[in-house]
Design a protein around this ligand. Structure first.
Ligand SMILES: [Zn+2]
Length: 166
């Protein structure tokens, strides 16, 4: 129940409930000291109970809408944060066909050079590659901290060959 048509429907229901409540209040006032039949009193009570039920339903729908709205805002904010973060990485071939996301900050940064796992990156997660062999070896193995994907390269982050264009 998030479409504009559904929300408009809710507003209409609220308006009708409020109108009817105002009408009921007026007819009770107009009754004054006139005698009211048992049937009239019962019908009035019945209608008041129905309106109370509608109000409870509307309140519950409203809370659900507010909750959905909050969740959407959170999702958008997470997405915005990820997109800002992702701009600091470029997919590059760092060693004969080994492709990783290389940290290329768009502004001055104190973060150490590092690489991110392309698989985790496509899931909007920062899977940092960490070296799992001795640094002295020419051919080094790195593994993604999140999914354990291994890569073997002879360069270290920050020592990749420079980008050709940009
Ligand atoms: Zn990974």
């Amino acid at each position: 129940m998030n479409s504009p048509a559904e929300i408009a429907g809710h507003v209409l229901t609220w308006t009708n409930v409020l109108k009817e409540l105002a009408g009921l209040a007026k007819s009770v006032k107009d009754l004054g000291s006139k005698p009211v039949s048992k049937e009239e009193a019962a019908a009035l009570t019945q209608r008041i109970i129905e309106l109370q039920g509608m109000i409870v339903t509307l309140q519950s729908d409203f809370l659900q809408l507010a909750q959905t709205n909050h969740e959407l805002e959170m999702r958008i904010s997470r997405q915005d944060r990820w997109e800002a973060e992702a701009r600091n990485y470029r997919l590059e071939d760092v060693h004969g066909g080994v492709t990783v996301y290389v940290y290329r900050p768009t502004s001055a940064s104190a973060e150490a050079p590092h690489w991110l796992c392309p698989g985790c990156f496509s899931n909007q997660k920062k899977g940092i590659f960490v070296m799992t062999t001795e640094p002295m070896y020419i051919r080094k193995t790195y593994k993604c901290l999140l999914c354990s994907l291994p890569i073997q390269v002879s360069v270290v982050p920050g020592d990749e060959r420079p980008r050709q264009n940009g």
